[in-house]
Ligand binder design. Sequence first.
Ligand code: SIN
Length: 326
Amino acid sequence: MKKIMVIATGGTIVGTGAIGKSKLYEAGQIDIDQIIGTIGNVNDLARVEAIQLFNVDSNDLSLDNWIELKNVVNEVASRPDINGIVITHGTDTLDETAFFLNLVCETSKPVVITGAMRPATATSPDGPMNLYQAIALASSDQAIGMGVVAVFSNTIYSSRDIQKENNFKTDAFSKRDFGCLGYMLDEKPYLFSKTYKRHTYTSEFPRLRLDKLPKVGISYFYVGAPADDLVKIAQNKDGMVIVGSGTGNYSKEWIVAIEDLIGQGKVIVRASRVNNGMVFENIHFDPSNRSISANTLTGPKARVLLMLALSLTRDIDEIKRIFGEY
Ligand code: SIN
């Protein structure tokens, strides 16, 4: 029988509140062992061990926590007795952590991230079923070499493209334009697609000795957005992700400010506040052709990739290559 390590970081899956209610609760309250204990048939799937690494609301995670989590995942993945890993996490920032791990974990073993929308004290919490299916997927040979994937509400998602799209329903995630990777029916995975993008054991980032990540900020464009706000946010940053309108667009005032920031050596990535579609090179919004297009990455995910890219290089053409490959 396979052995699966659950690495718990907190979130609603271990949240508690008024009995039966699904709002006004505290995330990250009880140990994951208590949730595993409620899954009657978990031992039919695998031998399960758990590490309670953190127990926080995912909004309170820090970049140092990410580095610690990645070190633990890599350590656990290198153990010959472990066949797969499940990470439990709050849903609010799950998309960011999942993508970070997808880029920095050097393993072809299954790594599955999950969480819950209802706290453990709600009527019919979704956490135990999500965790059950995550353990089942992590035990499946079909998940080997897939990179970090997420399981939520009977659905398997790629960590690159998963996005929270509903803030209270249990079916809270989408994979935007690209559809999901597959479904879970009870403990059985039905996989239909795979990503073309580099990840985990094919990624160049696991070899980085990451003690600290470069500083990258995000600025959101809207009608009348003062360029001064963008400049202020950019002040102590190595790079910036601009979440523009449309295909990564912004006002003439922002074009001038961004050219100036590029001149100061800041690395700029253009992303979009539109959920679907792609940001590509555009000489109108990037007259010197020195910004990088986020392609289909959301602003927060473009930030994750830019932090890692800047840990490797400051060469703009190299960073453009990286954004094309991941
Ligand atoms: C969190 O992200 O920790 C709170 C929200 C959730 O898990 O659904």
